[in-house]
Design a protein around this ligand. Structure first.
Ligand code: KG4
Ligand code: ZN
Length: 361
């Protein structure tokens, strides 16, 4: 395998049709030659969420032009690519079929290997594409579909330390917005409204905070928001600010516990990477970065366009897999449910202390 690799990545697992060409760079990190993302947000907005049938149809319409544009912007061709990487899960089956079938056809016609990539692995390895960060490190993934803390030990080697036991965090933002009559997607709207609100106006619950688990839960918070929203005279900005303050406290508590666990296992502090659409939230980012700084951790927040869904992360994960010899030959199975760490659910969590020096309990 040549030292310099060029990979075409394709992503269609949710509501973004994306293609990207990534090359192995010098000194660990990669070079993004193109990164084309066609967002379907406008198609789904009238329905207040992603509609699978609409998503599949839109992927089918856009996948061809998006791939062509990615090749053109990178000034390359299928022939010059070393492999085709495609998201084969987790995600919506219709979209995954469009992506994998397209990738399979390209790979077959041009005689290239097909690399099946787990979407979550794409998020997990992005910090190596952008910053060349060394293993092991922690990933906080907070999006519309996922809320996880992962230990990233190596390519294909992940341990899920935490997940949400109910709603994903982005979903909680979206549902809060919906309850308050704000448009979809709700995260940015809630953040905007929160700027003019009082975070202490409502004493919303901090679900599972202080408990001896790294897991998260947001449905109780949603119920509290619903109650507040029907109170007479309740101010939307105050509700948003109080909701966001509760979320920030919960994330701060969980991440500090994850730091403890990592330090127990490795004997030193490390790096923490954030990813997912919710990582766009400035207030959450600022508060979490402060916790990382306080505890002597390196804080890595890839540029927003690489935190949200994109195909550069899929191409890069494919490149890392190819380099590590971890490619199953021409695997085009779709896996709508595909945890990165299959035994996550079975492991019993250990005790991770009751918060950190200076941390609120
Ligand atoms: O990663 P992403 O673009 O797509 C997937 O979920 O796959 O994440 C979208 C989620 C939505 O729930 C959206 O409301 C949320 O990220 N989001 C935000 C913000 N911007 C986007 N949540 C809070 N604050 C924001 N500024
Ligand atoms: Zn994602």
């Amino acid at each position: 395998m040549s030292e310099h690799l060029t990979i075409l990545g394709i992503e269609t697992s949710c509501d973004e049709t994306a293609a990207s060409v990534v090359r192995s760079g010098n000194g660990g990190a990669g070079d993004i030659a193109s990164n084309v993302v066609f967002s379907q947000i406008e198609d789904h907005a009238p329905f207040g969420g992603v509609v699978p049938e609409i998503a599949a149809r839109a992927h089918l319409d856009k996948i061809g032009p998006v791939i062509e544009q990615a090749l053109a912007e990178a000034n390359t061709s299928f022939e010059e690519c070393d492999a085709i990487a495609v998201t084969s899960g987790p995600g919506l089956a219709g979209g995954l079929i469009v992506g994998t079938m397209t990738a399979r056809a390209i790979a077959a016609v041009h005689g290239k290997p097909l690399i099946a990539v787990n979407h979550l692995e794409g998020h997990a390895l992005t910090a190596r594409l952008t910053d060349g960060v060394a293993f092991p490190y922690l990933l906080l993934l907070v999006s519309g579909g996922h809320t996880q803390i992962l230990l990233v030990r190596g390519v294909g080697d992940y341990e899920r330390w935490a997940t949400t036991i109910d709603d994903a965090l982005g979903e909680a933002f979206d549902k809060t917005a919906k309850l308050l009559g704000l448009p979809y997607p709700g995260g940015p709207q809630v953040e905007r409204a929160a700027r003019d609100g009082d975070p202490k106006a409502h004493a919303f619950p901090r679900p599972l905070k202080g408990r001896d688990t790294l897991d998260m839960s947001f449905s109780g918070l949603k119920t509290a928001v619903r109650k507040a929203a029907i109170e007479d005279g309740a101010d939307t900005n105050d509700i948003c600010a109080s909701f966001q303050a509760a979320v920030a406290d919960v994330l701060e508590d969980r991440i500090a516990r994850a730091f403890n666990r990592f330090e127990d296992e490795y004997g030193h502090a490390g790096a923490v990477v954030v990813a997912g659409g919710v990582a766009a939230n400035t207030m959450l980012r600022t508060q979490l970065q402060a916790v990382a700084n306080r505890d002597g951790w390196q804080w890595i927040a890839p540029p927003m366009a690489l935190c949200t869904d994109n195909a550069a992360m899929i191409a890069w994960a494919g490149l890392e897999r190819l380099r590590a010899g971890l490619v199953e030959k021409d695997d085009d199975t779709i896996r709508p449910r595909w945890p990165l760490d299959p035994d996550a659910a079975e492991r019993q969590p250990k005790s991770y202390g009751s918060g950190r020096k200076g941390a609120k309990a």
